[in-house]
Design a protein around this ligand. Structure first.
Ligand SMILES: [Zn+2]
Length: 231
């Protein structure tokens, strides 16, 4: 499938707990020929108590969660995973170890998604926070992982080649709410390459999204969901 990707290409994704907002913007994505990836987490907002049992996780599932995600998937977008509680995994793995990390933040989520018909193959790090240890633990269960360009190091933005996509499992994406994202996008077009961009609630990034879609159209770029990276 990676061979089929045409450059320039953009992998756009949406994170967190905005499934009710995401569905409202599906027509806008369709109008712009955009296939994207959505990475929900289960705990909604960082002020809520930590979900530390399967029962609490099930109780925390929002009414619109499954219908929204099913609608999104039915339109050809990829549903990925953003962990149960949205914690900084590089710190968590140090304190509880890889097995307990998977047991609390990943496995119950995969189980509940699977019961609802979703096979999650792609992961995005909460806060973009990761380490070689978290990569090792997660790549046993996911085909790809997405992290983020740190605001203080915008030069970490990568413009990937097709060859890079064959070898890479951990991709670094630019937040379209960060200053400098347009330069990152220009680099993708200039190098005829592949860029990863993300945001959260489309409502809050509507002008950036419109700018991204306009620019992509002007440069003949194609939007792909993460499922395009599956064999
Ligand atoms: Zn997040």
């Amino acid at each position: 499938m990676i061979d089929m990707i045409k450059v320039p290409a953009i992998f756009l994704s949406f994170d967190d707990w905005w499934e009710r907002e995401w569905v409202k913007y599906l027509p806008m994505l369709a109008d712009n020929n955009v296939k994207a990836t959505f990475y929900p987490c289960i705990r909604k907002n960082l002020g809520m108590p930590i979900l530390d049992s399967e029962e609490k996780i099930r109780d925390a599932i929002r009414p619109a969660f499954w219908p929204s995600l099913k609608e999104i998937q039915a339109q050809g977008h990829t549903i990925g995973f953003h962990s149960v509680n949205h914690l900084k995994l590089s710190f968590l793995i140090k304190s509880i170890g890889p097995q307990n990390l998977m047991k609390t933040e990943i496995h119950p989520g995969l189980k509940i998604f699977s019961e609802n018909g979703f096979k999650l193959k792609h992961f995005a790090y909460p806060f973009g926070n990761y380490s070689p240890e978290t990569n090792d633990a997660l790549l046993k269960y996911f085909l790809t992982i997405r992290t983020i360009v740190p605001l203080e190091i915008p030069s970490m933005m990568r413009a990937y080649s097709i060859n890079d996509l064959q070898k890479t499992k951990v991709f670094i994406a630019f937040d379209i709410k960060y200053p400098g994202w347009q330069s990152a996008l220009d680099l993708v077009f200039k190098k005829q390459s592949i860029g990863f961009f993300f945001t959260h609630n489309p409502y809050d990034s509507i002008s950036e999204l419109n700018e991204l879609f306009y620019s992509a159209k002007k440069h003949g770029a194609t939007f792909y969901p993460m499922s395009a990276l599956e064999a």
